[in-house]
Structures are given as structure tokens and as C-alpha cells.
Design a protein around this ligand. Structure first.
Ligand SMILES: Cc1cc2nc3c(=O)[nH]c(=O)nc-3n(C[C@H](O)[C@H](O)[C@H](O)COP(=O)(O)O)c2cc1C
Length: 500
């Protein structure tokens, strides 16, 4: 007994002395270093600031931030996705914490006499690229936005592909090429051609027609990526740490080296070249071809429509993806993410209006993306005039993302954006595929519920008059008045014909 007590005294004294020596070393380091003013002025204790700042990133969401406060996605939105992905439904009790007086809040215009159960109809499928040899019939309005294999992990791609197949929705590959995991479950796939043309490039980085034809056999449509909301004017960046042997092979690049795609397609410097490229891909593959962009003003869509009329309707894209400036990414410079590109709430009505004005709305499908993660947001996009809504981060939440903001570091704690096998273990494909399917199913179901509440048979019937936007407390305006649609087509077409 006596000897145990002696040992304990020795251990505690040793630990105490060691602690004192450590503090003394830290003190010496702090007063002699020159980079951190706080540590120099408040040795040792000043270090706590940096530790708390780091920990705050993780703990704020649990202890301090309220339900509707955080960015980019608040807890209320994330929890809604988690619940629906787990099949727990979107039920709440007592009342909503959503502030209906906040400018920008949506208010759907409920009908006094909503549809009876027997009057409701399922949402009809929509054809993309009716003029193509192989049009694509998309069954649902809500689908998965582009995330490349590379930015996200193999189990993440597999869970998304499997879940998408179960739900009957499409999966966009993002700009990283087509992996075997995208097609493993028979999912509908939209292949994205990024500015580096990963997966369909030759040794010099130009489009490889043979490879394009090959890919065309396996996917439903092609999307040429001009830009994305999180980093307009900047190409994709995949840090070297994430360029594994397999990812390098799929993309056609060297392994282990940071891969940066150019900030625009080298062969596309104006609207005519864009339309010609899409026309070429459509001709080669027979598949629908569209493009994705974030918009800075209405100049680009206007010029695009004029060029379509000049070249002929055969050159029109089969779809346009409108990505809002609020979009996410695996890695982007903060200044571009914060300040460049219009938000979807401004660009979507602008693009839809321009297409309507130039009489092209019926030929070109519109896909909207930018924080459309709940059924309310998706229904908003349909009211504005989109045919489809897609989300990347919504589906990341369905996979278990906790918004730890580490996509670019290969340290994602949920295994979604890391190639570290230890962290990927947490992402069990079979389980997460169910969640992806459940989330997609729930959103596609709930937009119809909203439509029924507005007196419509299904969500395809949404118009701008079905939504009001709060301008100031106690005052909202119908979307149809905020963004009126103007059709001056015949005039424009006549003048374009004359110019031709
Ligand atoms: C991890 C990650 C990877 C992405 N990779 C791509 C990509 O390869 N190509 C692309 O066009 N957009 C990419 N995006 C952007 C999304 O497709 C989408 O446009 C954007 O995040 C807006 O949708 P959201 O707000 O629903 O996430 C990526 C986004 C994330 C979060």
C-alpha cells in the first residue's frame, strides 16, 4: 500500500514538473515569436484564442447558433433533409420557426377550394431534346446536380448512383469524367463536359470524338459546363492529394498532381462557338446537349437567344442549367464564392423571361440549381418557370454531410469528400443509397402536395401567380408582378429574319 502511494506521488510530481517545463517552453516561444501579436502580448493564455476559434467552427452549430441562422445552410434546412432522408417525414409540431415577415420569404397562394384526392394527378415526365435522335424522358422534377468523382469519394458516388436509380432520378457526373460507379446501378446519367474535358479528351486536352461516342452509349445527355455559381471565371481545382491513380485514369491526367481545369473551354469564346460545339456533340452522339452557367447580367442570355435565331433552331441547346451565385463546390477562392455571379432568385426569372421573350421557352428546358434543397425551394423554382431543380449539397446532406466545410482538405469526417479509406468506412453505401432515394422521393412528393394546396393537379401546373414574395413585414407581392413575362417574339423574329 505504502509503495503504491509512493509511486503515485512520484508520478504526480513528475507530471507537475513536466507541465511546468512545457508552460515555460510555451512562454519562451510566445514572447520570442514575431508573427502573432496576441501570443506575444499574452504568452501561453493567448494560444487559447486560436484553439477556441477552431473549435467554434465545430461547436457553434450545436450550442450557440439558432435554427435559422447558419450559412451556407442553417440547422432547420439540414435537419429537414436529414429527417426526410431517413424517411421520418417533414412533420413539425407547435408551429414554424420560419419568419413569414422576413423580406424574401415565400408564400404559396393557397386555393380556397383545393383539389380532391381523386382530382390529383401524378407529375407527368418531361422530354429533354425532343429533336434529338435519342431524346431523354426525365421522370421527376428534382434530380442530382454535378459533383465529380474526385471531389467526392467512390462510396459517395456509388450511394448517389444507387439511390438515384431507386428513385428514378438522374445523376450528373460533374466535370470529373464517367466512372464505373456512375453506371453500376443503371442510373440515368447526365455527363458533364468541363473545361478540361476530363473523360472525353485526347492527349492535348481536345475533345476526342471516339471517346465521346463511347460515352454517348452509356449516358442519357451531355452538359457543357461554362461556369458554376461558386467560382465563376475559374476552372475546377482538384488538390493533388485527391488525384488517386484511378481518378487520374478516368480523367486522363497524371496522378498525385493538383489538377486545374482552364477557366473556359479553349474552343468556346462566344455564343456562336458554344452553340456549334453543342450541335457537334448532339450530331455525334444523338443525345440531348445543354450547358450550365452562372449569370452576371441579362446580356449573355439575350445574346445567346439572338445567336440561336441567327444560326437556326437546330443549334438551340436542349436545356440550360442556371446555377445561382450561392452554389457550392469542392474548392473555390472565397472572393469568387462571396461576390461573383447573380443569385438564383435574380438569374432564374431573368433567363426564363429572356427565353420567353425570344420565343424559345418551349424548345429549351430550364434546370435550376442553387440551394434548392427543400420542397418549398424546388416549388419556388417551378413557379418561376424552371422545368427541373437539382441540388448537390442537398444530396450531400442525405449522405450524412455535417457541413464541416472541409471538402478541399481530404479530411471530410463523413467520408463524402475524402479518399482516405479510414474515413470512407463511415459511409455505408447500401444505407446511404436508401437515404438518397428517400430524400428524392420525398421532395418530388411534397412539391405535388404544395401544388394541391394551391388548387393544382400537380406541380407541373405551377405558375408565377401561385407564389408571393414578402417585400417587408406584412406586405408581399405576387411573383407574376415582380417578374412579369413579356413576349415580343414576332417582332424580334422578323427583325432577325431580315438580318439573316
Ligand atoms: C463537392 C461539390 C462538387 C461539385 N462539383 C461540381 C462539378 O464537378 N461540376 C459542376 O458544374 N458543379 C459542381 N458543383 C456545384 C454543384 O453542382 C451545384 O451547381 C452547386 O453546388 C449549387 O447547388 P447546391 O446549392 O444545391 O449545392 C459541386 C458542388 C459541390 C458541393
Amino acid at each position: 500500500m505504502q509503495s503504491i502511494a509512493n509511486w503515485l506521488i512520484i508520478i504526480f510530481t513528475g507530471a507537475f514538473v513536466l507541465g511546468l517545463i512545457t508552460l515555460a517552453v510555451m512562454y519562451w516561444q510566445d514572447v520570442h515569436q514575431t508573427t502573432h501579436a496576441i501570443r506575444r502580448n499574452y504568452p501561453v493564455i493567448g494560444r487559447m484564442r486560436y484553439r477556441f476559434e477552431r473549435l467554434g467552427e465545430y461547436f457553434r452549430q450545436y450550442f450557440f447558433a439558432n435554427d435559422r441562422e447558419e450559412q451556407p445552410f442553417n440547422r432547420a434546412m439540414r435537419s429537414w433533409v436529414y429527417r426526410t432522408a431517413k424517411g421520418l417525414g417533414g412533420l413539425i409540431s407547435f408551429g414554424s420557426t420560419h419568419d413569414l415577415n422576413q423580406p424574401g420569404a415565400y408564400i404559396f397562394v393557397n386555393a380556397s377550394f383545393p383539389k380532391l384526392e381523386e382530382e390529383k394527378t401524378p407529375m407527368p415526365p418531361i422530354t429533354i431534346g425532343a429533336r434529338c435522335d435519342k431524346p431523354y424522358v426525365a421522370k421527376h422534377a428534382f434530380n442530382i446536380s454535378g459533383m465529380s468523382y474526385g471531389a467526392i469519394s467512390k462510396p459517395a458516388v456509388r450511394a448517389l448512383a444507387c439511390g438515384a436509380a431507386k428513385a428514378g432520378i438522374w445523376l450528373n457526373t460533374g466535370e470529373g469524367g464517367l466512372s464505373p460507379y456512375h453506371t453500376e446501378f443503371g442510373t440515368d446519367v447526365i455527363f458533364q463536359i468541363g473545361t478540361a474535358k476530363y473523360g472525353v479528351r485526347d492527349a492535348e486536352g481536345r475533345l476526342d470524338p471516339d471517346r465521346l461516342r463511347e460515352v454517348g452509349q452509356q449516358v442519357q445527355a451531355f452538359e457543357v459546363k461554362l461556369s458554376q455559381g461558386a467560382k465563376p471565371g475559374r476552372g475546377g481545382v482538384l488538390p493533388g492529394i485527391k488525384v488517386t491513380e484511378e481518378i487520374a485514369r478516368i480523367r486522363g491526367i497524371p496522378a498525385g498532381k493538383t489538377s486545374s481545369s482552364p477557366n473556359r473551354h479553349r474552343d468556346v469564346a462566344n455564343t456562336q462557338q458554344l452553340l456549334e460545339l453543342m450541335h457537334y456533340i448532339r450530331g455525334l452522339t444523338g443525345r440531348p446537349v445543354g450547358f450550365k452557367a452562372v449569370y452576371g447580367s441579362e446580356l449573355f442570355p439575350r445574346e445567346l437567344c439572338e445567336t440561336i435565331h441567327r444560326l437556326g433552331i437546330d443549334y438551340a441547346p436542349d436545356f440550360i442549367t442556371v446555377d445561382g451565385g450561392e452554389g457550392g463546390t469542392g474548392a473555390a477562392p472565397q472572393v469568387l464564392a462571396d461576390h461573383v455571379g447573380l443569385s438564383l432568385s435574380e438569374s432564374l426569372p431573368m433567363v426564363v423571361n429572356t427565353l420567353t421573350e425570344y420565343d424559345l421557352r418551349d424548345q429549351i428546358r430550364v434546370i435550376a440549381s442553387g440551394k434548392l434543397v427543400t420542397s418549398g425551394h424546388v416549388a419556388w423554382a417551378l413557379c418561376v418557370g424552371a422545368d427541373f431543380a437539382v441540388t448537390a449539397r442537398g444530396f450531400m446532406f442525405a449522405l450524412g454531410c455535417i457541413q464541416s466545410l472541409q471538402c478541399h482538405k481530404d479530411t471530410c469526417p463523413t467520408g463524402i469528400t475524402t479518399h482516405n479509406p479510414r474515413l470512407q468506412k463511415g459511409l455505408v453505401v447500401e444505407d446511404k443509397a436508401e437515404r438518397v432515394a428517400s430524400y428524392a422521393h420525398w421532395v418530388n412528393h411534397e412539391i405535388n402536395e404544395l401544388a394541391h394546396s394551391c388548387g393544382l393537379s400537380n406541380a407541373r401546373e405551377f405558375q408565377r401567380e401561385h407564389l408571393r414574395i414578402v417585400q417587408k413585414p406584412g406586405y408581399s407581392m405576387p411573383l407574376s408582378e415582380l417578374y412579369p413575362e413579356i413576349r415580343i417574339t414576332s417582332l424580334i423574329q422578323e427583325s432577325l429574319k431580315r438580318q439573316a
